[in-house]
Design a protein around this ligand. Structure first.
Ligand code: AMP
Ligand code: MN
Ligand code: MN
Length: 329
């Protein structure tokens, strides 16, 4: 079984609703270093369950910190640090994770304890690691599946839930710019805006706000960007180190949107940014505008993602990690 573009079957939805109806101690978890889709889809469902009077816990693996862009996110108060999560959930629901590794230590800790693991996701590379799979590789965001789940649960949309879903969809469509931005996505956005949420305020927070020091950091990284016109479709790449972060007084999350500037180079179909983690490894972000399927490159190098946006973790010098990407193209 693989993630069809047609979405989950009716029987799979029925199995998911049944598991949710039976659960007394549901635990919601999303992928490490949560992005807007991971966090937004999870908090939307957490808020939805609480509207139904159903207690649940929500968490994510790794350091329990979130970048400042999520400061005003509705439902944040429902998050529990991973070490404090009730150790005996009878149901786990996962959000925006294409494989169990993306859930870090939480997979090994809670999957064996729970009766069911319901997987909500939209990665074509999804490994079907649960017992029930609400996976749709054709969905623009996991938030699209979360919206459908809430509808089937009978939760009415309110402004808080809508804001969470909007953050998810806006994040994964690059603010309604990427190819996955179908008429249905705009239809969902319209329903979300109908609740009175403020798209200008949300978008400014998500995409258009950074500390002044990040401008210098981006300057340094952009100055060392290189264009490799011999790669298929052309390739632009750069990197940023922990030293760059320290020099400009920035934290790692400031680098999240660097790829969005690097990929504007018109001569390149593929963009690649290497971000040095505090472990010395590199978080590699890749974007494609056309024929190159960067998910295949990422999977070959131990990561995952989507056709047009993917990533993996690399080790070695920046040059050697880039050489691995170049070799895969
Ligand atoms: P990013 O470049 O960090 O925005 O990631 C783009 C997409 O690539 C994400 O939505 C994930 O689906 C995927 N991705 C990034 N890093 C990894 C990784 N280490 N393992 C698996 N998938 C990843
Ligand atoms: Mn994600
Ligand atoms: Mn996503």
């Amino acid at each position: 079984m693989g993630p069809a573009d047609t979405g989950p079957s009716e029987s799979e939805w029925a199995r998911a609703l049944d598991a949710l109806a039976r659960a007394e101690r549901p635990l919601l978890i999303c992928h490490v270093n949560p992005d807007g889709d991971a966090l937004g889809s999870m908090l939307a469902v957490a808020l939805g369950l609480s509207r139904l009077g159903r207690p649940c816990q929500a968490s994510f693996p790794g350091p329990f910190t979130l970048p400042p862009l999520f400061d005003g996110m509705p439902g944040r108060e429902l998050l529990t640090p991973a070490p404090e999560v009730d150790p005996t959930p009878d149901l786990v629901v996962t959000f925006d994770a294409g494989n169990a590794e993306r859930l870090g230590e939480l997979a090994a800790r809670f999957f064996p304890v729970a009766d069911d693991v319901v997987v909500l996701d939209h990665h074509a590379s999804n490994t079907f690691f649960g017992t029930v799979h609400l996976v749709d590789a054709g969905a623009a965001a996991t938030a699209v599946l979360a919206d459908e789940l809430l509808r089937r649960l009978g939760v009415p949309l309110d402004a808080e839930i809508a804001e969470c879903l909007y953050v998810g969809v806006a994040t994964d469509t690059g603010s309604f710019k990427y190819k996955a931005t179908t008429p249905a996505v705009h239809g969902l956005a319209a329903r979300l805006l109908d609740t009175g949420i403020q798209p200008d305020v949300i978008s400014r927070r998500l995409f258009d706000t950074r500390p002044f020091g990040a401008l210098g950091l981006f300057g340094a990284a952009l100055e060392r960007a290189r264009l490799d016109p011999t790669a298929p479709g052309g390739l632009v790449w750069t990197y940023a180190t922990q030293d760059d972060l320290a020099r400009h007084g920035q934290t790692y999350d400031a680098l999240e949107s660097l790829i969005d500037i690097v990929r504007t180079a018109g001569e390149a179909d593929v963009a690649c940014v290497l971000k040095e983690l505090d472990t010395g490894e590199w978080a590699v972000s890749m974007r494609s505008k056309g024929d190159v399927d960067v998910a295949r490159v990422a999977v070959a190098l131990g990561g995952g993602g989507h056709r047009y946006a993917a990533g993996f973790t690399g080790t070695g010098t920046a040059e050697s990690v880039f050489a691995q990407v170049r070799a895969q193209l």
